[in-house]
Ligand binder design. Structure first.
Ligand SMILES: NC(=O)c1ccc[n+]([C@@H]2O[C@H](COP(=O)([O-])OP(=O)(O)OC[C@H]3O[C@@H](n4cnc5c(N)ncnc54)[C@H](O)[C@@H]3O)[C@@H](O)[C@H]2O)c1
Ligand SMILES: Nc1ncnc2c1ncn2[C@@H]1O[C@H](COP(=O)(O)OP(=O)(O)O)[C@@H](O)[C@H]1O
Ligand SMILES: O=C(O)C1=C[C@@H](OP(=O)(O)O)[C@@H](O)[C@H](O)C1
Length: 544
């Protein structure tokens, strides 16, 4: 927010009868904020009712008064601010709203069902723009205004058969969201939306050209895929339900084959889409199916685990496992959108939340040290994560901040290097040993836990070679263990580990390659072919 300016929490626009006033008041009540209705404030300023003002001075004069008042409120009001139906059609108001959005503001297009809005708009009369055949006028204005509202708003809330309270809660969820925009070479731009109710964006992201949607999900997230299915059907899509085996069991060619067969039976074409709901394994599979069906169809990820939200669902790595190992078959294929709906975390088990913190901490080490500070400050609450009490708690804001920051770190690397030729390899901090541990533990160890030990190993290796001091190595152990993450491992021999590290995708020929810190967190380097004794000694130091 620009200094010295007080901005509204949200501005509501929409057609007459959409509920801008009624729902706006409800949102303000729910959020303990003040409410202002531009029309009411204008009548107060000009000392007469709007129909009378229209009658006496005409619409152009009214729009001028309206634009001036809106410009003032956009810089000196901190509550929920509802505009009159025609206000966003005025160019100067469009400019003021764009400035407000650029300053972090939320312009909400309350897009009510036209029949419902028309019926409400006709209640009580007093709308000069509807003189004559009210419904015909309403439809004509809707045709003119809907495209402009979609352009002007940055939050699009559809309401249909919803009470003011239901509509208000949906608005509240969507104005509290965080969005990370993903773009870069080889990437069709998309957004990662983070917050309660992010799934509400499904229809927006899929668009109107999609007819059929294959909903790929796993049994443990049934309650969340049920919500996705309802939203898809409300959006008018024909939903094909595909339940796949949970976790790694779902990332196999046999499962993929079964899904391909189903898509064929259902007559899926390139204009149809995939929606993946679940942890990282489910979103990896869903992305792989989308990447391969007819050489690529649209897909949206709805991650439901912390690790999937902060890592797996974004960046375009899709894939399945083979006998030879994890993620060895796949494609770089980016989604049309990622909807990280934090409501889904309400059912996430504590141990699976904690393993996701492994990738969050990694992102703090490689780039964003504010992540490390937040983790330190909230370690006890994070370690005690309980989905049952998570939503609406103070921890939810902390977790949303961590998700946004961690996704941002990943996006910085993916945007610059989609196919992992250089910078993106820094996201693999801790993974060289981490993947070896997962393999030797027959994938009984969770990914984030293995990565945590791998980060300690990478720090020890960097210290052996003089890149970082002991204090930073100790900091790795202290932070990761405070989050409930493992910092040592004793499940295999050095020779077993060495053989697997030589198979890591960062290895080149017979030479090992690592990514390590150089000096302080946020400064990464590639470490090519380190001395064998340092590789061995660092391993010794992570064994408990
Ligand atoms: N594509 C990438 O860039 C990328 C990055 C990191 C990890 N991954 C992949 O992601 C996978 C790890 O992801 P993960 O840690 O989410 O594991 P996962 O998908 O196996 O999910 C872990 C468990 O938690 C359950 N679960 C997930 N969300 C839940 C919820 N909201 N409520 C209740 N249960 C829930 C799942 O059903 C599963 O049983 C691995 O296969 C890894 O290779 C991919
Ligand atoms: N979701 C809703 N459900 C039922 N009635 C509604 C809803 N939203 C608004 N209304 C009613 O419809 C009428 C018009 O609502 P209002 O908020 O004035 O619309 P707008 O400000 O968008 O023109 C009012 O009587 C209001 O109480
Ligand atoms: O998108 C990426 O670049 C990453 C993919 C995964 O690693 P792998 O590619 O080694 O599976 C993930 O664990 C890592 O955090 C970052």
């Amino acid at each position: 927010m620009r200094r010295g300016i007080i901005r509204p929490k949200a501005v509501i626009i929409g057609m007459m009868g959409a509920g801008k006033t009624r729902v706006g008041k409800e949102v303000a009540h729910l959020m303990h904020l003040s409410f202002a209705d531009a029309d009411i404030e204008i009548e107060r300023e000009v000392g007469m009712k709007i129909p009378a003002y229209f009658e006496r001075y005409g619409e152009p004069a009214f729009r001028e008064v309206e634009a001036d008042l809106i410009a003032d409120y956009l810089e000196d009001f901190d509550g929920i601010f509802s505009l009159g139906g025609g206000a966003p059609m005025t160019p100067s108001t469009q400019d003021a709203l764009a400035d407000y959005i650029a300053d972090g503001g939320r312009v909400v297009y309350l897009d009510a069902d036209p029949h419902e809005a028309m019926e409400r708009a006709n209640r009580g009369g007093g709308r000069p723009m509807l003189n004559g055949d009210a419904n015909a006028r309403w439809r004509k204005l809707y045709k003119q205004r809907d495209p402009v509202f979609r352009e002007v708003a940055n939050v699009h809330v559809r309401t249909r058969r919803q009470t003011p309270q239901m509509a208000a809660r949906k608005v509240m969820d969507m104005i509290g969201e965080r969005t990370v925009h993903v773009t870069g070479s080889g990437i069709e731009p998309y957004d990662v939306v983070i917050g309660e109710g992010a799934m509400n964006h499904l229809a927006d992201v899929l668009g109107s050209k999609v007819a059929k949607v294959a909903l790929i999900h796993t049994q443990p997230v049934q309650r969340h895929s049920d919500r996705a299915r309802t939203l898809l059907r409300q959006g008018g899509y024909d939903v094909i339900d595909i339940v796949v085996p949970d976790a790694e069991a779902g990332k196999t060619v046999d499962v993929a084959n079964g899904v391909w067969r189903r898509l064929g039976d259902e007559g899926f074409t390139r204009s149809d889409a995939i929606v993946g709901v679940g942890g990282g394994a489910a979103t990896d599979l869903a992305g792989f199916i989308a990447a391969t069906w007819m050489r690529g169809i649209r897909y949206v990820n709805c991650p439901t685990s912390l690790l999937a939200m902060v890592d797996a669902s974004t960046g375009g790595k899709t894939g399945i496992n083979t006998e030879a190992g994890k993620n060895l078959v796949g494609s770089f294929y980016t989604p049309a959108g990622v909807l990280a709906d934090t409501k889904t975390l309400a059912s996430l088990p504590n141990d699976i939340f904690i393993e996701g913190l492994g990738e969050v901490a990694k992102s703090g080490f490689i780039e964003d040290t504010e992540i490390l500070r937040i983790l330190e400050e909230h370690a006890d609450e994070l370690r005690a994560f309980d989905g049952a009490t998570f939503l609406g708690s103070g921890l939810e804001d902390v977790v949303c901040e961590l998700i946004e920051r961690t996704v941002t770190v990943k996006v910085h690397h993916v945007s610059a290097d989609l196919k992992e030729k250089g910078k993106r390899e820094f996201l693999n901090y801790g993974h060289t040993l981490g993947h070896a541990i997962e393999k030797l533990e027959h994938f009984r160890w969770r990914h984030g836990n293995a990565v945590a030990v791998g980060c300690v190993y990478a720090a020890e290796l960097a210290h052996q070679l003089g890149y970082i001091d002991q204090e930073l190595v100790d900091y790795h152990r202290a932070l990761l263990s405070s989050l409930g993450l493992p910092i040592s491992w004793n499940g295999g021999t050095f020779d077993d580990v060495l053989a697997l590290m030589h198979k890591d995708k960062k290895a080149r020929g017979n030479k090992l390659r690592f990514v390590v810190l150089d000096g302080t967190p946020g400064h990464m380097i590639h470490l090519e072919d380190p001395p064998a004794d340092a590789v061995r000694e660092a391993f010794r130091r992570i064994q408990h």
